[in-house]
Design a protein around this ligand. Structure first.
Ligand SMILES: [Zn+2]
Length: 217
């Protein structure tokens, strides 16, 4: 569906831009930089909160022809183990490249292409979809809040996934327990101090990000 005004509501009270923000928030809580979610030994996917467990997401791009297209999708699986790959619902929002002055972001700035958020697609619009998305927003902003400083993160009981964000680095994610965060918080380190100290053992760069991850007992 086209939607030239992203601030117009498309789903209950949610606008296209709000739906886009929610998809991005949930995506952030998948520990991998590529969107592949680590699987635990019992076959479950690992998110920092069980309410995120049966969600999946992906992004795609199409550079053939004009306009170029970018989209991100969020979906809820019928089965958290994803054995059948069937969805309860799926929401996708998309951007198109534009030459106009009305755009939302520039890819590879400053010379890159401009993109405008202007379309969406909903597979199986159920009555509770807007409500579910709003609840996901609340959940993720709560997680944002409880992991905004190292002190709060240590107090939250969550562990962390350490991801090297260098584009071509294929270093596996490293998982640390809540204790590890508590020890470092006690040293008086800030979250950015801590990230600045982590050097990737594969590419040698200091470009690590910490993502909330369930603490393993
Ligand atoms: Zn690396």
């Amino acid at each position: 569906m086209r939607c030239e005004n992203p601030d117009e509501s498309i789903l209950g009270k949610l606008s296209l831009r709000e739906v886009k923000d929610i998809i991005e928030m949930v995506t952030k809580y998948s520990p991998s930089k590529t969107g592949n979610i680590p699987v635990t030994s019992n076959g479950y996917y690992c998110y920092p909160d069980p309410r995120l467990e049966d969600l999946g997401h992906r992004s795609s791009s199409d550079d053939e022809g004009w306009p170029r297209e970018r989209d991100i999708a969020l979906y809820r699986y019928k089965d958290a183990r994803r054995e059948y790959g069937e969805y309860v619902w799926q929401v996708k929002v998309g951007w198109e490249s534009t030459n106009g002055e009305d755009f939302d972001y520039i890819e590879n700035p400053p010379v890159g292409e401009k993109f405008k958020l202007n379309n969406y697609w909903i597979q199986r619009e159920i009555d509770t979809l807007a409500e579910e998305l709003t609840a996901l927003r609340d959940l993720c902003s709560g997680l944002d809040h409880s992991t905004s400083t190292l002190e709060e993160w240590a107090a939250s009981g969550l562990g962390a996934a350490i991801v090297c964000c260098e584009a071509w680095c294929s270093r596996d994610i490293v998982y640390v327990q809540n204790d590890w965060l508590i020890e470092r918080a006690k040293l008086g380190l800030s979250l950015s101090d801590l990230m600045g100290r982590i050097r990737c053992t594969k590419c040698g760069k200091r470009n690590a990000k910490l993502r909330p991850y369930p603490n393993r007992a």
